[in-house]
Design a protein around this ligand. Sequence first.
Ligand SMILES: Cc1cc2nc3c(=O)[nH]c(=O)nc-3n(C[C@H](O)[C@H](O)[C@H](O)COP(=O)(O)O)c2cc1C
Length: 181
Amino acid sequence: MVKVAVIVGSLRKESFSRKIAENVASLFPKDYQTEFVEIGQLPLYNEEYDSNAPEEYVSFRDAIRSVDAVLFVTPEYNRSVPGVLKNAIDVGSRPYGESVWNAKPAAIISQSISQLSGFGANHHLRQSLTFLNMPVVQQPEVYLANSPDLLDENGKLNNEQTIQFLQSFVDSFVDLIKKYQ
Ligand SMILES: Cc1cc2nc3c(=O)[nH]c(=O)nc-3n(C[C@H](O)[C@H](O)[C@H](O)COP(=O)(O)O)c2cc1C
């Protein structure tokens, strides 16, 4: 079984990012297992913790170490990555030389309730993943605008075009993951 961690950049219960992530998780092939790895419980990163890691850091790092790839689904906050997601990235990246992200294939979906679609968050996240040596799906890029309109009252994607587009994105991600297996 190939394991993919799903990390959502919003802590809101009714988060559109989370609903989209749940839909996308169901588009992976049968021999893939998706696991939502939570980030809201992580204390703010402090370099002093490198020698004395909080329990939450230990289990988060273990969870990422145990997967083959990582899918990020995030909103944009103030034209960038939400702080809670950046914190999780920083936590996983340290102690220096022991980053749990290293060489894990990744994919990014950004979404926004407006027409902006999270381009800024998507590309700021790409900048960090480049440094962290994560090969990232290049095409198709996924910027979902007007996200509330894409979901029905049960949180399911409501149109075939978006489902097919996201399926093509997952297929590209699977191709990338296979190259690194
Ligand atoms: C602090 C904050 C900053 C935001 N900044 C942006 C922004 O820069 N661009 C944008 O398109 N939407 C922005 N929004 C609106 C988000 O797109 C919207 O709140 C979205 O629903 C958040 O995703 P979620 O549903 O997964 O929580 C911002 C929202 C918050 C709370």
